[in-house]
Design a protein around this ligand. Structure first.
Ligand code: ATP
Ligand code: MG
Length: 356
């Protein structure tokens, strides 16, 4: 029996248009061995689309996406188009409309990759960051007053709702239960005296409900330091939107390159499509040179397979990534090699064929 999925593909800008086709090839190859068929439906929504139309996506863009099982995205953003345009014109509306309230980012040091940290053994970094993805510090409320005067000021509100905090934390507790049972929370309740104590309160209520999970709370500054000094202690980390954003860029750095870090914007209930996108951006500095590392996009594809309920196919993709990193030395420049996007992709396909 073949499972067929309608996937909305948004390659986006820059290297997004290079690594998405690479990952599609890998997913098609692994899918054919597991009875999985992808119906790719491509959309050219991007900063280039914005330059032509004044919008990042058409007015009915969300309705069009809603007809798909999942969304597979490369990266949006390009010099000349302000970052808030690509963020608020495409990514945020998708994340909110489809209640993708979990942003899940694995921080795993793959075999064969050197962490910039000293003395990290193979397998020494392996945890998941659960970032709140729908509310928190990234809000529309606030404003500017007294522009151009010495009294000028700016106010940005953070919005934390009980429902929003509760659901993302429940996801994190469940995840910890399926792993080593340790959950750390990122807070800053000594300095941020309304929202963060609220965050902590809900975390403690849920901890009381999940006695089998060993919980800890860290102020975000100390937590960031711990990511560098002792990353091996973490299993699952739950964080607000802003704190999670910062922590996961740091997480991508300690696993060797932002070019390999994956992420998933999840609607855990599966009522709406989820969106899968690598941590990296459009990397205009290397776009068009063939130097883009496709592994982040490919790993992101493995997360999509997992979410679709195909853990074995996802494991095959991860095994292919590991074998390419371990054996062939086919690496893009960000990992110290000289291989191109296409060469790494070809090696992945060869590795997949070998496991047949
Ligand atoms: P955005 O605003 O879209 O997040 P950015 O400029 O913040 O973009 P990236 O586009 O991720 O960040 O680029 C950061 C650095 O990492 C750049 O030097 C880029 O070349 C490098 N980089 C990002 N992705 C990759 C990749 N897949 N392969 C190799 N290098 C990459
Ligand atoms: Mg960025």
């Amino acid at each position: 029996m073949t499972s067929t999925y309608r996937i909305a593909t948004i390659p986006g800008d820059g290297i997004g248009t290079e690594v998405v086709p690479a990952a599609q090839q890998v997913l098609d190859a692994v899918g054919s061995r597991h009875g999985i068929r992808f119906d790719w439906n491509e959309f050219d929504w991007s900063c280039e689309y914005y330059a032509r139309t004044g919008r990042m996506m058409p007015e009915n863009g969300l309705e069009v996406l809603a007809e798909h099982d999942q969304i597979f995205l490369g990266a949006v953003g390009y010099p000349g188009v302000p970052d808030h345009v690509s963020l608020w014109g495409l990514l945020v509306p998708i994340r909110r409309a489809f209640r993708q309230y979990v942003n899940l980012r694995p921080v795993t040091l793959l075999p064969g990759i050197d962490s910039p940290l000293r003395d990290v053994p193979a397998g020494g970094i392996d945890f998941l960051v659960v970032r709140e993805n729908n509310e928190g510090e990234y809000s529309e409320t606030g404003g500017r007053l007294y522009r151009g005067t010495p009294e000028e000021l700016a106010i940005q509100d953070s919005v934390f709702t009980r429902r929003g905090v509760d659901r993302v934390m429940r996801y994190a507790f469940d995840l910890a239960q399926c792993r080593s049972g340790r959950l750390a929370s990122a807070t800053k309740s000594n300095g941020i005296i309304h929202t963060m104590p609220f965050w902590d309160e809900i975390f403690r209520e849920l901890a009381a409900e999940h006695r089998d999970v060993e919980t800890s709370e860290y102020h975000i500054d100390a937590l960031a330091a711990m990511f560098v000094l002792d990353p091996g202690r973490f299993d699952v980390v739950v964080a607000s939107n802003l704190f999670g954003d910062i922590l996961t860029d740091l997480g991508a750095a300690i696993i060797g390159s932002i070019g390999i870090a994956p992420s998933a914007n999840l609607n855990p209930e599966g009522e709406h499509p989820s969106m899968f996108e690598p941590v990296h951006g459009s990397a205009p500095d290397i776009a068009g040179t063939g130097a883009a590392n496709p592994l982040g996009q490919v790993w992101t594809g493995a997360m999509m397979l997992d979410h679709l309920g195909h853990p074995q196919a996802a494991a095959d993709v991860m095994a292919a990534i590991s074998s390419v990193l371990a054996d062939t030395g086919a690496r893009t420049p960000d990992l110290g090699g000289t291989a191109s996007t296409q060469e790494v992709t070809a090696e992945l396909l060869t590795a997949l064929a070998r496991t047949e």
